[in-house]
Design a protein around this ligand. Structure first.
Ligand code: KIV
Length: 284
């Protein structure tokens, strides 16, 4: 069993050029699969709103949803570094509320760090949470919680002005005390530049290869989430198809009395005659 990573291990990996592997998980089985697969890190993303809870976006996800899913993921992956994702509304109102909610991830769900979305506009929140002794992961680029303000789920930094904004955001996140940063949906040229510019580890989801590691959404890579597949996803399996086919087979089996079979039942431990006698008592 590999040892649980710490922030220092992440810095060492960056220094040595070893890529970090990171996946989302929202429940006990997925977390345990990730740990068995040797994943370096897990994110309990608020993408759980779309992948697991069936919402159209991440905005409706609550602190209670996140804490409960983080607890399940921790039980499934006790030896993996896990980051809890702060949901929309849990850190925007004030620095104090941001710290209070970040603390809940550690105290109630045993998370190792928290992630929050935004650059310059959330710098005071990152500073306050970091000052409370909590490891913060920044997240810039396509930030799903503010997809409304961005005009949809759109890649960022594809033009010079937008790219400049991304660089300023990345610098602000590092300056505010974040210990790592996630870039979402931006061109690899910009990712490479930001990775070279910053001292903290830089990870990508849809931001190309030239950085310190990759994050992927479990529902996307396993083919569990069926609503849409972003351009940046590589689908490694089609679990939805496996599930639907298995359930169809079960439906057929039950309809034609092919399930359960003799091997699926508990056999009587007294004679059939004794059972018949007992049944007779009720028939009288
Ligand atoms: O919630 C999540 O899974 C995320 C990723 C989209 C980066 O924040």
């Amino acid at each position: 069993m590999a040892k649980k990573k710490s922030i220092l291990d992440l810095y060492k990996m960056k220094e040595e050029g070893e890529k970090l592997t990171w996946i989302t998980a929202y429940d006990f089985p997925m977390a345990s699969f990730a740990e068995q697969a040797g994943m370096d890190m897990i994110l309990v993303g608020d993408s759980l709103g779309m992948v697991v809870l069936g919402y159209n976006g991440t905005v409706p996800v609550t602190m209670e949803d996140c804490i409960s899913h983080c607890q399940a993921v921790r039980r499934g992956a006790p030896n993996t570094m896990i980051i809890g994702d702060m949901p929309f509304g849990s850190y925007q109102v004030s620095d104090e509320e941001a710290v209070k909610n970040a603390v809940r991830f550690l105290k109630e769900a045993d998370m190792d760090a928290i992630k929050l979305e935004g650059g310059r506009r959330v710098a005071s929140k990152i500073r306050a949470i970091s000052d409370a002794g909590i490891v913060v992961c920044g997240h810039i680029g396509l930030t799903p919680q503010s997809s409304g303000a961005l005009g949809g789920f759109k890649a960022q930094g594809r033009k010079v002005d937008g790219a400049r904004d991304m660089i300023l955001d990345a610098l602000a996140v590092q300056e505010a005390g974040a210990r790592m940063i996630l870039l979402e949906a931006m061109p690899p040229e910009l990712t490479a530049f930001i990775t070279e510019l910053l001292d903290i580890p830089v990870y990508s989801i849809g931001a190309g290869e030239p950085c310190d590691g990759q994050l992927i959404i479990c529902g996307d890579m396993l083919g569990l989430f069926q609503a849409f597949t972003p351009k940046f996803v590589k689908k490694y399996a089609n679990v939805a198809e496996v599930c639907v086919n298995a359930m169809k087979e079960y439906v057929d089996d039950v309809k034609k009395s092919a399930f359960p079979e003799d091997k699926h039942v508990y056999h009587i431990q007294d004679s059939l005659e004794d059972f018949e006698k007992m049944f007779e008592e009720f028939r009288k």
